[in-house]
Design a protein around this ligand. Structure first.
Ligand SMILES: Cc1ncc(COP(=O)(O)O)c(C=O)c1O
Length: 380
């Protein structure tokens, strides 16, 4: 496919759905009721925990609810501080405010674009209760260094692996590096249930507390309508669980497709001067949820301008996340005010970064077309 041809828009992201997914969801619609109501949720949770190599997995309506339950289960509340990296979706930090704690915005590492261990350590105070590490765009931070800081300074880690299913650090899967790990199955994600999320943990207390909190303050099997606390209704439907199970059975294929799409981009853009693509450290396996390019400021183009020009050619891109401390939601946050002048790498990376189309239906031809347009925009 080349410029000038009439063609459909190229979306930024989207799933791969086969007959297996259709069959499982149809089967759930027909049969997952009465005494079988929970059957797909149980299968999905068990298979997910097995895939990750963790003890427990709890299926939830979203990753946001998984972060909320993680904070609650770890006892984070009013007066506590929780460290988050600047470059992430607000879903990582919003639940910190749900529990009346304060988000503290840390800088990212220049290469991985994930939480910098150094920035993390510097921001720890006696009020720091937890940190949420983000596996951004499928990459992973320097887990050895971060876990060392967390252990020495007694800070609980929550791993936001929303974007990183199947990624690995020293052979261990993303999501298994904190007290809890959380995943998103939003329609844009590599493994989707339309909307949905998962909380994983090895801790019995966190698992039991999560089950209790997601069912309006009632332990599984406890007396009906006799709730002992005011809590939440955070459950995944069996149709979503069936879809998730089918997707999980195809996870190897989905991850190979993501890495293939990135490798097509890399072979076209990897040697173009002034373009930096997603990084993969030697001991990390990046699953490239979002192919991302950071361009040199010498091109004289902001990410917004590039995105507008790409859109004119029927190519949908997304801006790199804006630093959380820069967005209006945190306008009145004292922590954000301080972070704005401190977190240089996050601010620099975000300014010239954008996500390129990497839906699971991308072909080599389409990637080449996107690359041709992108390079011609930068070099005009
Ligand atoms: C890093 C990160 N954290 C959390 C979320 C929230 O996921 P959900 O939309 O399932 O609540 C997302 C979703 O895009 C995300 O990218």
């Amino acid at each position: 496919m080349r410029e000038g041809l009439v063609m459909e828009r190229i979306p930024i992201s989207g799933p791969s759905i086969t007959q297996r997914e259709i069959d499982y969801v149809s089967e759930a619609v027909k049969n997952a009721w009465y005494s079988n109501a929970n059957i797909y949720n149980e299968r999905f949770e068990k298979a997910f925990a097995g895939y990750l190599g963790v003890k427990y997995a709890v299926a939830l309506p979203s990753c946001t609810s998984a972060i909320h339950l993680s904070l609650l289960s770890l006892g984070v509340g009013a007066g506590d501080e929780v460290i988050v990296p600047e470059l992430t979706w607000i879903a990582t930090s919003a639940p910190i405010s749900y529990v009346q704690a304060t988000p503290v915005f840390a800088d990212v590492d220049e290469k991985t674009w994930c939480l910098s261990a150094d920035s993390f350590e510097k921001l720890i105070t006696p009020r720091t209760k937890a940190a949420i590490i983000v596996d951004l765009y499928g990459n992973m931070p320097d887990m050895d260094a971060i876990r060392d800081v967390a252990r020495r300074r007694e800070v609980a880690l929550i791993e936001d692996a929303a974007e990183a299913i199947g990624s690995e650090y020293r052979g261990r899967k993303a999501g298994g590096f904190g007290e809890t790990g959380v995943f998103s199955f939003h329609g844009s994600k590599t493994l989707t249930t339309g909307e949905g999320g998962m909380l994983v943990t090895d801790r019995d207390d966190v698992y039991n507390r999560s089950l209790f909190l997601r069912d309006h303050g009632r332990k599984p099997g406890e007396r009906m309508f006799w709730n002992t606390e005011i809590a939440y209704k955070y459950k995944m439907s069996s149709m979503q669980a069936a879809l998730g199970l089918a997707q999980l059975e195809r996870i190897g294929e989905l991850l190979r497709a993501k890495r293939q799409i990135f490798s097509w981009y890399q072979s076209r853009l990897g040697r173009v001067k002034g373009i930096t693509l997603n990084y993969e450290a030697p001991h990390t396996r990046n699953t490239y949820w979002m192919v991302t390019a950071v361009v040199d400021k010498e091109f004289g183009l902001t990410k917004e301008r590039i995105i507008d020009l790409m859109r004119e050619k029927a190519i949908d891109c997304r801006p790199f996340f804006y630093p959380l401390s820069s967005i209006p939601a945190y306008e009145n946050s004292e922590q954000a005010r301080i972070a704005r002048t401190r977190n240089h790498y996050a601010y620099r990376t975000s300014l010239y970064g954008l996500n390129l189309p990497c839906a699971l239906n991308m072909s080599k031809d389409k990637v080449e077309y996107v690359c041709d347009v992108f390079v011609s925009i930068l070099k005009r």
